[in-house]
Design a protein around this ligand. Structure first.
Ligand SMILES: Nc1nc2c(ncn2[C@@H]2O[C@H](COP(=O)(O)OP(=O)(O)O)[C@@H](O)[C@H]2O)c(=O)[nH]1
Ligand SMILES: [Mg+2]
Length: 295
């Protein structure tokens, strides 16, 4: 999957959200539990600032449970916001969704259902969630235009309705660390980013955050000093050593990223609330304000 978010796409997505919002009581934003900041859309918070929001941390089966708990606590400090960890295919983890939406939209009179729409960046689990909640395959996987076709509502329990078409939003592509995290997690499978560069970034990040996982997965005798040395160790163990002792960094990156994405290094989270850059350092949000003509 390639994500190409041109300004045109962003404007269209934004227009569709604006069109849909008046009908919606609660915004359900799906974040990737391994990177809850970087997998968030940079402008949804402003667009939907008057709407109660339920943030669902999907893929929590792959994420570090301690950090997921910290993210939940952090996210719930925002006004009108609740957060829940989910595994989109595990209906048990989805049970609190309906109740939480009702609590968030307490102004909705009891005689009607609370209306919600699922939004999120590509590959975060929107279709899987909608299908799980519907109990059957409704949402198409793949690139379906967001709000343009006729929408159906899925009844979830007594008092929650979810629009069957998710809102597809763009990720934080302009923030370098976020782009690396998105790429390392597999959210962006094929980008303009250099594969080995992502491998080096992941190696450096894992050395810092999850050294024990690396030692046990690659049976290392000691912790390598830097990303290059780690990739060298991996290469020498997994068919990445070429004639004359030349290191195949591409191969080593492939092994590391495959292991990371597949959960073979254990449950790993790539960012903590402390990693959120100060507002001044964030450039991706400027896009929202530099288009005053956009409605
Ligand atoms: N491990 C894990 N994988 C998930 C989870 N949710 C979704 N996925 C996988 O992530 C990929 C993208 O899911 P999809 O629902 O198509 O994402 P969408 O693009 O947001 O609609 C699929 O391969 C799913 O199987 C989850 O909670 N845990
Ligand atoms: Mg989908």
């Amino acid at each position: 999957m390639t994500i190409n978010w041109y300004p045109g796409h962003m404007h269209k997505a934004r227009r569709e959200i604006k069109k849909a919002l008046p009908e919606i009581d609660v915004v359900i934003e799906i974040l990737d539990a391994r990177l809850p900041f970087s997998s968030a859309n940079p402008v949804l918070g402003q667009l939907a600032r008057h709407k109660p929001t339920l943030k669902l941390l999907s893929k929590s089966d792959l994420a570090d449970p301690e950090l997921t708990a910290r993210w939940i606590e952090f996210l719930e400090q925002q006004a009108n916001t609740r957060a829940l960890p989910i595994i989109t295919t595990d209906s048990k983890t989805l049970q609190p969704i309906a109740r939480t939406c009702q609590q968030l939209a307490s102004q909705v009179r009891e005689s009607r259902s609370v209306r919600a729409m699922v939004m999120g960046i590509p590959n975060v689990g929107k279709s899987t969630l909608i299908n799980s909640l519907a109990g059957k395959k409704i949402a198409k996987t793949g690139n379906e235009p967001a709000v343009t076709r006729v929408q159906q509502k899925i009844q979830v329990g007594d008092r929650l309705q979810i629009i069957d078409t998710p809102g597809v939003l763009w990720p934080r592509i302009e923030h370098a660390d976020s782009a690396y995290r998105l790429a390392a997690s597999g959210a962006i499978r094929d980008t303009a980013m250099d594969y080995e560069e992502v491998g080096f970034w992941a190696a450096g990040s894992l050395l810092q955050r999850y050294p024990e996982a690396l030692i046990s997965r690659y049976k290392l005798k000691s912790l390598p000093e830097d990303a290059g040395s780690l990739l060298k160790e991996i290469a020498s163990r997994r068919g990445g050593l070429k004639a004359g002792g030349v290191i195949d960094y591409h191969r080593a990156s492939e092994v590391l990223l495959h292991d990371l994405r597949g959960g073979h290094l254990g449950r790993i989270t790539l960012e903590t609330p402390e990693d959120i850059p100060a507002p001044g350092e964030l450039q991706d949000d400027t896009e929202a304000t530099e288009n005053p003509g956009f409605e």
